[in-house]
Design a binder for this molecule. Structure first.
Ligand code: GDP
Ligand code: MG
Length: 441
């Protein structure tokens, strides 16, 4: 998608006269690209109108940064479409909140319930899971297994067939146990059926959830809008979680879900495992949707903060996609040297949220320095390796001893490294615009 959009913009910039016709052709190509990324037709059409209103033909004619103007307009429009204008209900630690999950069968509800519970448990909450799916055989077993693995209390029944009864009993049980996050997993059907929506309405009425989360499989494509809308019409959906963002899904469905439910996306699922779960952040998501299409901003930042002589090398490394510990070390050096922490890295989706949360720059800086001390005890082989299996137990112990840190800390750093490597690898093979490309004319 990112490629198609930049091609469309490129073609336009080659045209000598930028008139309405040229701009329209460019916008039409962008429209086709967005449709193929599963953005709903209606939304794309609105967006096209908005962009046309923003992109002033006179500005274009003047020849100033045409590409930049249009790219920014697309980026901003997509961001706006993902922001329903009001935040979702946020549970408060220590106060019981009931969270109900809805969505079609297979969308990832049960998995996401556990991820959501696990995520909060790690932050000191007391979550609990209630299995109100009596439709699918094996539903309770699945939830039980997940919950047991994460050491989260659960409630359900093998024999009771009334989902409302189980939901109410489960909620009551966990209220008494002072759980502060009571999560109700519900059933789905393969298709949207009246009986499903009636069941959701009943469970919702009986348990009075503080928040209903609509779980959507990102690969459902253009069906997203109708599906989200159907749930919203039955229960008060207040937030969206988009799952399976690790697959081939293009993500455009998230825009539909937001439009149909008028609720924000709060998390995305990026794998089958419990910790493959990310806080949703609009800008990085849009970058990802555009195939790192926000190169404009990202490259500007690189040009701004990375020393000129190091830029070609960094860009080369980015496009190769291999993130070694040495690259991490060098980037940490840059971050510390270049002042305001994370200027470059914070432009990369997923980097800023966890490594350098806003307002905690001091701590982040200390952490980065700690990591660098540990990396100082690594061999060249370790620093340059692209083999994740190289770092065995004995190497980790040696590094801990050598740097005077705990084994646990070295392992934590390696986890961080793996996380960053995964993000870095997403940029593999991308054609990176050069400086000249970006500042056309
Ligand atoms: P439910 O029917 O809505 O409860 O869906 P499940 O939680 O049972 O999930 C259906 C399938 O999708 C399972 O095989 C999950 O492991 C898988 N799944 C859920 N979330 C994700 C995700 O974010 N990424 C991937 N790759 N698979 C997922
Ligand atoms: Mg389920």
């Amino acid at each position: 998608l990112g490629g198609r959009i930049s091609r469309a913009i490129q073609q336009m910039s080659d045209a000598t006269i930028i008139d309405e016709k040229v701009l329209n052709e460019c916008l039409n190509e962008i429209t086709r690209a967005l449709l193929s990324a599963d953005v709903q037709f209606q939304l794309v059409r609105d967006m096209q109108k908005n962009i046309k209103a923003i992109v002033n033909l006179e500005d274009l004619a003047a020849g100033h940064n045409k590409r930049k103007i249009i790219q920014r307009a697309i980026f901003n429009e997509l961001c706006k479409m993902l922001d329903p204008g009001k935040p979702s209900f946020t549970p408060k630690k220590g106060k019981p909140s009931i969270i109900m999950f809805v969505g079609l069968q297979g969308s990832g509800k049960t998995t996401t319930c556990t991820k959501y519970a696990y995520y909060h448990q790690k932050k000191g909450w007391k979550p609990a899971l209630v299995c109100a799916d009596t439709f699918r055989a094996g539903a309770f077993d699945q939830l039980k297994q997940n919950a047991t693995k994460a050491k989260i209390p659960f409630y359900g029944s093998y024999t009771e067939s009334d989902p409302v009864k189980i939901a109410v009993e489960g909620v009551e049980t966990f209220k008494k146990e002072n759980c502060d996050l009571i999560i109700v997993d519900t059933s789905g059907r393969h298709k949207q059926e009246a009986s499903l929506f009636e069941e959701m309405r009943q469970v919702s009425e009986a348990t009075k959830p503080d928040l209903v989360i609509f779980v959507m499989d990102s690969s459902i494509g253009q069906a997203a809008f109708d599906q989200a809308q159907a749930f919203k019409q039955s229960v008060p959906v207040g937030a969206v979680i988009v799952t399976k963002m690790d697959g081939h899904a293009k993500g455009g469905g998230a825009l539909s879900a937001v439009a149909a439910t008028k609720s924000p996306v709060i998390f995305i699922g990026t794998g089958e495992h419990m910790d493959e779960f990310e806080v949703f952040d609009v800008k990085p998501f849009v970058s990802r949707l555009l195939g790192m299409g926000d190169w404009t901003g990202f490259m500007d930042k690189i040009h701004e903060v990375v020393p000129m002589d190091q830029q070609p090398e960094l860009l080369q490394k980015l496009s190769e996609g291999n993130f070694t510990l040495r690259i991490m070390y060098e980037q940490f050096q840059n971050i510390l040297k270049m002042g305001p922490i994370g200027q470059v890295f914070s432009m990369l989706p997923g980097f800023s949220q966890e490594l350098m949360p806003k307002g905690r720059e001091k701590e982040s800086q200390a952490k980065i320095k700690r990591y660098m001390t540990m990396m100082d005890s690594m061999t060249n082989e370790e620093l340059d390796s692209t083999n994740p299996k190289l770092m065995n137990e004995s190497r980790i112990m040696r590094i801990a001893r050598g740097s005077g840190r705990q084994v646990r800390e070295v392992m934590e750093m390696m986890e961080e490294y793996k996380r960053l490597a995964k993000i870095w690898s997403k940029m593999k093979g991308l054609k990176i615009p050069t400086r000249g490309d970006m500042n056309m004319r």
